[in-house]
Design a protein around this ligand. Structure first.
Ligand SMILES: *Cc1c(COP(=O)(O)O)cnc(C)c1O
Length: 468
Protein backbone atom coordinates (compact mmCIF):
# COMPACT_ATOMS: atom_id res chain seq x y z
CA UNK A 1 0.00 0.00 0.00
CA UNK A 2 2.78 2.38 0.91
CA UNK A 3 4.64 1.67 -2.34
CA UNK A 4 1.45 2.03 -4.35
CA UNK A 5 0.46 5.37 -2.88
CA UNK A 6 3.95 6.81 -3.30
CA UNK A 7 3.91 5.60 -6.92
CA UNK A 8 0.50 7.19 -7.34
CA UNK A 9 1.86 10.55 -6.26
CA UNK A 10 5.01 10.18 -8.32
CA UNK A 11 3.08 9.34 -11.49
CA UNK A 12 0.10 11.60 -10.88
CA UNK A 13 0.73 13.53 -14.12
CA UNK A 14 -0.16 10.42 -16.11
CA UNK A 15 -3.66 10.45 -14.62
CA UNK A 16 -6.58 12.75 -15.41
CA UNK A 17 -6.82 15.60 -12.90
CA UNK A 18 -10.32 14.48 -12.02
CA UNK A 19 -12.89 12.18 -13.51
CA UNK A 20 -16.57 11.81 -12.74
CA UNK A 21 -17.53 8.71 -10.83
CA UNK A 22 -19.53 6.23 -12.92
CA UNK A 23 -22.92 5.24 -11.55
CA UNK A 24 -21.94 1.60 -10.98
CA UNK A 25 -18.97 2.68 -8.88
CA UNK A 26 -21.11 5.06 -6.85
CA UNK A 27 -23.68 2.30 -6.37
CA UNK A 28 -21.07 0.09 -4.72
CA UNK A 29 -20.96 2.59 -1.84
CA UNK A 30 -24.55 1.74 -1.01
CA UNK A 31 -23.62 -1.77 0.12
CA UNK A 32 -24.69 -3.69 3.21
CA UNK A 33 -23.13 -3.28 6.66
CA UNK A 34 -20.21 -5.74 6.74
CA UNK A 35 -21.20 -8.35 9.34
CA UNK A 36 -18.64 -10.83 8.11
CA UNK A 37 -14.91 -10.11 7.79
CA UNK A 38 -13.16 -9.64 4.44
CA UNK A 39 -9.57 -10.15 3.37
CA UNK A 40 -7.55 -6.94 3.70
CA UNK A 41 -6.23 -7.49 0.18
CA UNK A 42 -9.79 -7.71 -1.17
CA UNK A 43 -10.82 -4.45 0.47
CA UNK A 44 -7.64 -2.87 -0.82
CA UNK A 45 -8.54 -3.96 -4.36
CA UNK A 46 -11.90 -2.25 -3.89
CA UNK A 47 -10.06 0.91 -2.81
CA UNK A 48 -7.85 0.78 -5.92
CA UNK A 49 -10.86 0.26 -8.15
CA UNK A 50 -13.49 2.52 -6.57
CA UNK A 51 -11.77 5.20 -4.49
CA UNK A 52 -8.33 6.05 -5.81
CA UNK A 53 -9.31 6.95 -9.39
CA UNK A 54 -12.19 9.18 -8.29
CA UNK A 55 -10.61 11.32 -5.62
CA UNK A 56 -10.65 15.10 -5.50
CA UNK A 57 -7.67 15.58 -7.80
CA UNK A 58 -5.77 18.13 -5.75
CA UNK A 59 -2.61 16.01 -5.70
CA UNK A 60 -2.46 16.66 -9.46
CA UNK A 61 -0.58 19.72 -10.73
CA UNK A 62 -3.48 20.50 -13.05
CA UNK A 63 -5.82 20.99 -10.10
CA UNK A 64 -6.34 24.74 -9.94
CA UNK A 65 -9.77 24.91 -8.37
CA UNK A 66 -10.76 26.44 -5.04
CA UNK A 67 -7.64 26.80 -2.84
CA UNK A 68 -6.32 23.29 -2.31
CA UNK A 69 -2.86 22.21 -1.27
CA UNK A 70 -1.17 19.32 -3.06
CA UNK A 71 0.09 17.44 -0.01
CA UNK A 72 3.59 15.98 0.11
CA UNK A 73 5.14 12.51 0.52
CA UNK A 74 6.71 13.37 3.86
CA UNK A 75 3.21 14.07 5.12
CA UNK A 76 2.04 10.67 3.87
CA UNK A 77 4.70 8.91 5.92
CA UNK A 78 3.99 11.04 8.99
CA UNK A 79 0.29 10.18 8.73
CA UNK A 80 1.21 6.49 8.70
CA UNK A 81 3.26 6.94 11.88
CA UNK A 82 0.54 9.01 13.52
CA UNK A 83 -2.05 6.34 12.78
CA UNK A 84 0.23 3.71 14.32
CA UNK A 85 0.73 5.76 17.48
CA UNK A 86 -3.01 6.41 17.62
CA UNK A 87 -2.32 9.36 19.88
CA UNK A 88 -5.17 11.36 21.38
CA UNK A 89 -4.08 14.97 21.68
CA UNK A 90 -6.96 16.18 23.80
CA UNK A 91 -4.67 16.15 26.81
CA UNK A 92 -2.42 14.24 29.22
CA UNK A 93 1.36 14.17 29.40
CA UNK A 94 2.96 12.68 26.30
CA UNK A 95 5.36 13.57 23.51
CA UNK A 96 2.75 14.08 20.76
CA UNK A 97 1.43 17.08 22.70
CA UNK A 98 4.98 18.44 22.89
CA UNK A 99 5.14 18.17 19.10
CA UNK A 100 2.01 20.31 18.87
CA UNK A 101 3.47 22.77 21.40
CA UNK A 102 6.62 22.92 19.28
CA UNK A 103 4.52 24.10 16.33
CA UNK A 104 2.83 26.65 18.62
CA UNK A 105 6.27 27.99 19.59
CA UNK A 106 7.35 28.13 15.97
CA UNK A 107 4.20 29.89 14.79
CA UNK A 108 4.45 32.50 17.56
CA UNK A 109 7.96 33.23 16.40
CA UNK A 110 7.09 33.21 12.69
CA UNK A 111 4.20 35.64 13.09
CA UNK A 112 5.77 37.83 15.79
CA UNK A 113 3.33 36.85 18.53
CA UNK A 114 4.32 37.05 22.22
CA UNK A 115 5.33 33.98 24.24
CA UNK A 116 2.00 34.22 26.06
CA UNK A 117 0.12 33.48 22.82
CA UNK A 118 -1.68 30.16 22.52
CA UNK A 119 -2.11 27.97 19.48
CA UNK A 120 -4.16 24.97 18.48
CA UNK A 121 -4.48 22.62 15.55
CA UNK A 122 -8.01 22.44 14.19
CA UNK A 123 -9.66 21.02 11.08
CA UNK A 124 -9.29 24.19 9.04
CA UNK A 125 -9.59 27.94 8.95
CA UNK A 126 -13.39 27.71 9.18
CA UNK A 127 -12.99 26.26 12.68
CA UNK A 128 -10.09 28.57 13.48
CA UNK A 129 -12.29 31.55 12.55
CA UNK A 130 -15.08 30.25 14.78
CA UNK A 131 -12.76 29.75 17.75
CA UNK A 132 -11.40 33.28 17.27
CA UNK A 133 -14.90 34.79 17.18
CA UNK A 134 -15.82 32.87 20.34
CA UNK A 135 -12.77 34.13 22.25
CA UNK A 136 -13.41 37.68 21.05
CA UNK A 137 -17.08 37.41 21.99
CA UNK A 138 -16.40 36.12 25.51
CA UNK A 139 -13.66 38.68 26.04
CA UNK A 140 -16.15 41.40 25.06
CA UNK A 141 -19.13 40.13 27.06
CA UNK A 142 -17.31 38.60 30.02
CA UNK A 143 -16.67 34.92 30.58
CA UNK A 144 -19.81 34.46 32.67
CA UNK A 145 -21.58 34.51 29.30
CA UNK A 146 -20.44 30.89 28.98
CA UNK A 147 -22.79 30.06 31.84
CA UNK A 148 -25.56 32.62 31.42
CA UNK A 149 -25.80 32.57 27.64
CA UNK A 150 -26.00 35.45 25.23
CA UNK A 151 -29.53 36.53 26.12
CA UNK A 152 -28.34 37.56 29.58
CA UNK A 153 -25.98 40.15 28.09
CA UNK A 154 -27.29 43.57 27.25
CA UNK A 155 -24.82 44.42 24.52
CA UNK A 156 -25.60 44.13 20.85
CA UNK A 157 -22.23 43.14 19.45
CA UNK A 158 -21.23 43.96 15.88
CA UNK A 159 -18.21 42.81 13.91
CA UNK A 160 -16.72 43.89 10.61
CA UNK A 161 -15.06 42.27 7.66
CA UNK A 162 -14.99 43.01 3.94
CA UNK A 163 -17.45 41.87 1.31
CA UNK A 164 -14.55 39.86 -0.14
CA UNK A 165 -14.05 37.89 3.10
CA UNK A 166 -14.69 34.17 3.32
CA UNK A 167 -18.19 32.91 4.14
CA UNK A 168 -16.88 30.97 7.12
CA UNK A 169 -16.73 34.24 9.07
CA UNK A 170 -20.45 34.78 8.60
CA UNK A 171 -20.99 31.17 9.64
CA UNK A 172 -18.83 31.78 12.71
CA UNK A 173 -21.04 34.69 13.77
CA UNK A 174 -24.07 32.51 13.23
CA UNK A 175 -22.59 29.61 15.26
CA UNK A 176 -21.47 32.02 17.99
CA UNK A 177 -25.10 33.05 18.50
CA UNK A 178 -24.44 36.62 17.37
CA UNK A 179 -26.27 36.17 14.09
CA UNK A 180 -24.60 36.64 10.73
CA UNK A 181 -26.28 40.07 10.36
CA UNK A 182 -24.08 41.27 13.21
CA UNK A 183 -21.08 40.81 10.92
CA UNK A 184 -21.12 43.97 8.80
CA UNK A 185 -19.62 43.66 5.34
CA UNK A 186 -17.40 46.59 4.43
CA UNK A 187 -16.96 47.70 0.81
CA UNK A 188 -13.67 47.04 -0.96
CA UNK A 189 -11.48 49.08 -3.28
CA UNK A 190 -10.64 48.12 -6.88
CA UNK A 191 -8.04 45.67 -5.57
CA UNK A 192 -10.66 43.98 -3.37
CA UNK A 193 -9.05 45.26 -0.16
CA UNK A 194 -11.23 46.51 2.66
CA UNK A 195 -12.03 50.21 2.38
CA UNK A 196 -10.81 51.42 5.77
CA UNK A 197 -12.60 54.78 5.57
CA UNK A 198 -15.87 52.92 4.99
CA UNK A 199 -15.03 50.66 7.93
CA UNK A 200 -14.63 53.67 10.23
CA UNK A 201 -17.92 55.14 9.05
CA UNK A 202 -19.73 51.86 9.71
CA UNK A 203 -18.27 51.58 13.20
CA UNK A 204 -19.33 55.15 13.99
CA UNK A 205 -22.78 54.63 12.64
CA UNK A 206 -23.21 51.42 14.66
CA UNK A 207 -22.04 53.13 17.85
CA UNK A 208 -24.63 55.87 17.26
CA UNK A 209 -27.23 53.17 16.72
CA UNK A 210 -26.56 51.65 20.16
CA UNK A 211 -24.47 48.70 18.99
CA UNK A 212 -21.16 47.63 20.51
CA UNK A 213 -18.52 47.09 17.84
CA UNK A 214 -16.12 44.42 19.15
CA UNK A 215 -14.41 42.62 16.27
CA UNK A 216 -12.82 43.23 12.90
CA UNK A 217 -11.43 40.58 10.57
CA UNK A 218 -8.89 41.36 7.90
CA UNK A 219 -8.11 38.86 5.18
CA UNK A 220 -4.65 37.86 4.02
CA UNK A 221 -5.43 36.37 0.63
CA UNK A 222 -9.10 36.70 -0.27
CA UNK A 223 -10.67 33.62 -1.72
CA UNK A 224 -11.74 35.24 -5.02
CA UNK A 225 -8.64 37.15 -6.08
CA UNK A 226 -5.99 36.74 -3.36
CA UNK A 227 -6.20 40.31 -2.08
CA UNK A 228 -4.42 41.19 1.15
CA UNK A 229 -6.11 43.81 3.33
CA UNK A 230 -4.04 46.69 4.71
CA UNK A 231 -3.37 44.91 8.00
CA UNK A 232 -1.28 47.75 9.43
CA UNK A 233 -4.09 50.21 8.77
CA UNK A 234 -6.59 47.77 10.19
CA UNK A 235 -4.49 47.29 13.33
CA UNK A 236 -4.46 51.05 13.92
CA UNK A 237 -8.24 51.24 13.63
CA UNK A 238 -8.69 48.19 15.86
CA UNK A 239 -6.53 49.83 18.49
CA UNK A 240 -8.31 53.21 18.28
CA UNK A 241 -11.73 51.61 18.39
CA UNK A 242 -10.74 48.94 20.91
CA UNK A 243 -11.80 46.10 18.61
CA UNK A 244 -10.51 42.55 18.58
CA UNK A 245 -8.44 42.23 15.44
CA UNK A 246 -8.63 38.90 13.70
CA UNK A 247 -6.83 37.90 10.52
CA UNK A 248 -8.16 35.21 8.22
CA UNK A 249 -4.92 34.08 6.64
CA UNK A 250 -6.19 30.68 5.44
CA UNK A 251 -3.95 30.67 2.41
CA UNK A 252 -2.03 33.94 2.52
CA UNK A 253 -0.58 33.95 6.05
CA UNK A 254 2.10 31.42 5.14
CA UNK A 255 3.15 33.88 2.43
CA UNK A 256 5.28 35.23 5.27
CA UNK A 257 7.75 32.50 4.25
CA UNK A 258 8.28 34.15 0.85
CA UNK A 259 10.42 37.32 1.04
CA UNK A 260 8.45 38.95 -1.80
CA UNK A 261 5.10 38.49 0.00
CA UNK A 262 6.10 38.98 3.66
CA UNK A 263 6.22 42.82 3.55
CA UNK A 264 2.61 42.89 2.34
CA UNK A 265 1.57 41.06 5.51
CA UNK A 266 2.89 43.83 7.77
CA UNK A 267 0.46 44.27 10.64
CA UNK A 268 -0.31 40.55 10.96
CA UNK A 269 1.85 40.56 14.12
CA UNK A 270 -0.64 42.96 15.72
CA UNK A 271 -3.58 40.57 15.35
CA UNK A 272 -5.38 39.32 18.45
CA UNK A 273 -6.06 36.09 16.61
CA UNK A 274 -4.85 34.54 13.39
CA UNK A 275 -6.40 31.65 11.49
CA UNK A 276 -4.57 29.78 8.75
CA UNK A 277 -4.13 26.41 7.09
CA UNK A 278 -1.05 24.26 6.75
CA UNK A 279 -3.04 22.19 4.23
CA UNK A 280 -3.13 24.95 1.61
CA UNK A 281 0.16 26.71 0.82
CA UNK A 282 1.92 24.68 3.53
CA UNK A 283 1.36 21.45 1.52
CA UNK A 284 0.63 19.40 4.65
CA UNK A 285 -1.95 16.68 3.88
CA UNK A 286 -5.53 17.45 4.94
CA UNK A 287 -6.53 18.50 7.44
CA UNK A 288 -4.25 20.89 9.28
CA UNK A 289 -5.83 24.20 10.23
CA UNK A 290 -4.34 26.35 12.95
CA UNK A 291 -5.37 29.18 15.25
CA UNK A 292 -3.05 31.49 17.12
CA UNK A 293 -4.43 33.73 19.89
CA UNK A 294 -2.33 36.61 21.25
CA UNK A 295 -3.68 36.38 24.80
CA UNK A 296 -3.52 32.69 25.61
CA UNK A 297 -5.34 33.24 28.91
CA UNK A 298 -8.43 34.66 27.19
CA UNK A 299 -8.30 31.69 24.84
CA UNK A 300 -8.16 29.23 27.72
CA UNK A 301 -10.95 30.98 29.64
CA UNK A 302 -13.20 30.61 26.60
CA UNK A 303 -12.95 26.83 26.52
CA UNK A 304 -11.55 25.34 29.75
CA UNK A 305 -14.20 23.30 31.58
CA UNK A 306 -13.66 21.50 34.86
CA UNK A 307 -14.68 17.84 34.94
CA UNK A 308 -13.70 15.22 37.50
CA UNK A 309 -12.65 12.72 34.83
CA UNK A 310 -10.30 15.37 33.40
CA UNK A 311 -8.63 16.31 36.71
CA UNK A 312 -5.03 17.42 36.42
CA UNK A 313 -2.05 16.23 38.43
CA UNK A 314 1.53 17.46 38.68
CA UNK A 315 2.93 13.95 38.13
CA UNK A 316 1.85 10.92 36.17
CA UNK A 317 -0.09 10.78 32.94
CA UNK A 318 -2.57 13.49 34.02
CA UNK A 319 0.19 16.11 34.33
CA UNK A 320 1.19 18.76 31.82
CA UNK A 321 -1.82 21.08 32.13
CA UNK A 322 -2.98 23.17 30.27
CA UNK A 323 -4.09 20.67 27.68
CA UNK A 324 -5.22 21.31 24.11
CA UNK A 325 -8.81 20.48 25.11
CA UNK A 326 -8.71 23.67 27.21
CA UNK A 327 -8.38 25.75 24.05
CA UNK A 328 -11.16 24.47 21.82
CA UNK A 329 -14.38 22.49 21.68
CA UNK A 330 -12.72 19.12 20.90
CA UNK A 331 -11.67 16.62 23.54
CA UNK A 332 -10.46 13.75 21.38
CA UNK A 333 -8.03 15.13 18.83
CA UNK A 334 -5.75 13.47 16.28
CA UNK A 335 -2.06 14.07 15.71
CA UNK A 336 -2.23 16.76 12.99
CA UNK A 337 0.92 18.24 14.45
CA UNK A 338 3.10 15.31 13.35
CA UNK A 339 2.62 15.67 9.59
CA UNK A 340 3.17 19.41 10.01
CA UNK A 341 6.30 18.93 12.14
CA UNK A 342 7.75 16.46 9.61
CA UNK A 343 6.88 18.68 6.64
CA UNK A 344 8.42 21.82 8.18
CA UNK A 345 11.57 20.01 9.35
CA UNK A 346 12.24 17.89 6.28
CA UNK A 347 11.67 20.62 3.69
CA UNK A 348 12.62 23.62 5.78
CA UNK A 349 10.96 27.01 5.68
CA UNK A 350 13.14 28.30 2.86
CA UNK A 351 11.98 25.65 0.38
CA UNK A 352 8.35 26.11 1.43
CA UNK A 353 8.69 29.84 0.87
CA UNK A 354 10.17 29.19 -2.57
CA UNK A 355 7.29 26.92 -3.53
CA UNK A 356 4.85 29.63 -2.40
CA UNK A 357 6.68 32.27 -4.44
CA UNK A 358 6.66 29.93 -7.45
CA UNK A 359 2.86 29.66 -7.41
CA UNK A 360 2.67 33.47 -7.51
CA UNK A 361 5.14 33.55 -10.39
CA UNK A 362 2.96 31.04 -12.26
CA UNK A 363 -0.06 33.24 -11.59
CA UNK A 364 1.79 36.18 -13.17
CA UNK A 365 2.69 33.96 -16.13
CA UNK A 366 -0.96 33.01 -16.57
CA UNK A 367 -1.95 36.68 -16.24
CA UNK A 368 0.54 37.61 -18.95
CA UNK A 369 -0.68 34.94 -21.33
CA UNK A 370 -4.31 35.97 -20.75
CA UNK A 371 -3.61 39.65 -21.40
CA UNK A 372 -1.66 38.78 -24.55
CA UNK A 373 -4.52 36.77 -25.99
CA UNK A 374 -7.32 38.74 -27.66
CA UNK A 375 -9.82 35.92 -27.09
CA UNK A 376 -9.33 36.04 -23.32
CA UNK A 377 -10.12 38.69 -20.75
CA UNK A 378 -8.52 39.20 -17.33
CA UNK A 379 -11.25 39.92 -14.76
CA UNK A 380 -9.14 41.02 -11.79
CA UNK A 381 -5.58 42.17 -11.23
CA UNK A 382 -3.36 39.31 -10.07
CA UNK A 383 -2.05 39.99 -6.56
CA UNK A 384 -1.05 36.58 -5.26
CA UNK A 385 -1.64 33.08 -6.63
CA UNK A 386 -5.15 33.45 -8.06
CA UNK A 387 -6.08 34.39 -11.62
CA UNK A 388 -9.66 35.15 -12.71
CA UNK A 389 -10.24 35.34 -16.43
CA UNK A 390 -12.66 34.30 -19.10
CA UNK A 391 -13.21 33.54 -22.73
CA UNK A 392 -14.63 36.55 -24.58
CA UNK A 393 -17.90 35.78 -26.35
CA UNK A 394 -21.57 36.73 -26.37
CA UNK A 395 -23.44 35.16 -23.45
CA UNK A 396 -20.09 34.84 -21.72
CA UNK A 397 -21.48 33.76 -18.34
CA UNK A 398 -23.14 30.65 -19.68
CA UNK A 399 -20.33 29.79 -22.05
CA UNK A 400 -17.60 30.16 -19.42
CA UNK A 401 -19.55 28.15 -16.87
CA UNK A 402 -19.72 25.39 -19.49
CA UNK A 403 -16.03 25.73 -20.34
CA UNK A 404 -15.17 25.17 -16.67
CA UNK A 405 -17.30 22.04 -16.39
CA UNK A 406 -15.91 20.70 -19.67
CA UNK A 407 -12.37 21.43 -18.52
CA UNK A 408 -12.96 19.52 -15.31
CA UNK A 409 -14.54 16.57 -17.14
CA UNK A 410 -11.77 16.53 -19.73
CA UNK A 411 -9.27 15.62 -17.01
CA UNK A 412 -6.84 18.21 -18.41
CA UNK A 413 -7.27 20.92 -15.80
CA UNK A 414 -9.58 21.66 -12.91
CA UNK A 415 -10.16 25.37 -12.35
CA UNK A 416 -13.20 26.49 -10.38
CA UNK A 417 -15.58 29.34 -10.83
CA UNK A 418 -16.48 32.55 -9.09
CA UNK A 419 -18.12 35.84 -9.99
CA UNK A 420 -16.11 39.03 -10.39
CA UNK A 421 -18.35 42.11 -10.52
CA UNK A 422 -21.22 39.77 -11.27
CA UNK A 423 -19.47 38.07 -14.18
CA UNK A 424 -18.68 34.35 -14.22
CA UNK A 425 -14.93 33.86 -14.03
CA UNK A 426 -12.65 30.92 -14.70
CA UNK A 427 -10.74 30.93 -11.46
CA UNK A 428 -7.28 29.38 -11.27
CA UNK A 429 -5.93 29.26 -7.72
CA UNK A 430 -2.41 27.96 -8.07
CA UNK A 431 -1.67 26.37 -4.71
CA UNK A 432 0.02 23.08 -5.60
CA UNK A 433 3.83 22.92 -5.43
CA UNK A 434 3.80 20.47 -8.37
CA UNK A 435 2.21 22.90 -10.84
CA UNK A 436 4.48 24.00 -13.69
CA UNK A 437 4.21 26.28 -16.72
CA UNK A 438 3.18 23.32 -18.86
CA UNK A 439 0.11 22.86 -16.65
CA UNK A 440 -0.80 26.53 -17.11
CA UNK A 441 -0.28 26.14 -20.88
CA UNK A 442 -2.52 23.07 -20.88
CA UNK A 443 -5.25 25.03 -19.08
CA UNK A 444 -5.07 27.87 -21.58
CA UNK A 445 -4.90 25.68 -24.68
CA UNK A 446 -7.89 23.66 -23.53
CA UNK A 447 -9.83 26.80 -22.56
CA UNK A 448 -9.29 28.32 -25.99
CA UNK A 449 -10.20 25.11 -27.82
CA UNK A 450 -13.36 24.68 -25.74
CA UNK A 451 -14.30 28.34 -26.04
CA UNK A 452 -13.98 28.28 -29.83
CA UNK A 453 -16.12 25.15 -29.94
CA UNK A 454 -18.77 26.06 -27.35
CA UNK A 455 -19.30 29.76 -28.01
CA UNK A 456 -20.58 29.43 -31.62
CA UNK A 457 -22.73 26.44 -30.62
CA UNK A 458 -24.28 28.38 -27.73
CA UNK A 459 -24.83 31.31 -30.01
CA UNK A 460 -26.61 29.14 -32.57
CA UNK A 461 -28.77 27.61 -29.86
CA UNK A 462 -29.65 31.06 -28.60
CA UNK A 463 -30.67 32.22 -32.07
CA UNK A 464 -32.79 29.14 -32.64
CA UNK A 465 -34.61 29.68 -29.37
CA UNK A 466 -35.05 33.36 -30.18
CA UNK A 467 -36.57 32.73 -33.61
CA UNK A 468 -39.01 30.21 -32.30
C1 LIG B 1 -9.98 28.16 2.45
C2 LIG B 1 -10.35 29.41 3.16
C3 LIG B 1 -11.11 29.39 4.33
C4 LIG B 1 -11.68 28.11 4.89
O1 LIG B 1 -10.65 27.30 5.34
P1 LIG B 1 -10.90 25.74 5.55
O2 LIG B 1 -9.56 25.22 5.87
O3 LIG B 1 -11.43 25.24 4.23
O4 LIG B 1 -11.90 25.58 6.62
C5 LIG B 1 -11.35 30.57 4.98
N1 LIG B 1 -10.89 31.73 4.50
C6 LIG B 1 -10.19 31.81 3.36
C7 LIG B 1 -9.71 33.15 2.89
C8 LIG B 1 -9.89 30.65 2.64
O5 LIG B 1 -9.17 30.71 1.51
Amino acid sequence: MLDDILDYVEHIREQPVWQPMPQDVRARFRGELPDAPSELSAVYREFLRDVLPYSNGNVHPGFLGWVHGGGNPVGILAEMLAAGLNANLGGRDHAPIEVERQIVHWMRELFGFPTTASGLFVTGTSMANLISVLVARDAALGFETRRTGLSAGKKLLTGYTSVAAHGSLRKAFDCAGLGSDALRLVQVNARQQMNLAALKRMIESDRRGGFTPFFVAGTAGTVDVGAIDDLDGLAAIAQDERLWMHVDGACGALGILAPEIAPRLAGIEAADSLAFDFHKWGQVPYDAGFVLVRDGELHRKTFASPAAYLDRETRGLAAGSSWPCDFGPDLSRGFRALKTWFTLKVHGLHALGESIARTCELARYLEKRVTECAELELLAPVQLNIVCFRFRCPDADRTNARIIVELQESGIAAPSTTRINGEVAIRAAITNHRTRRTDIDALLDATLALGREIAPAEQELEETVFHE
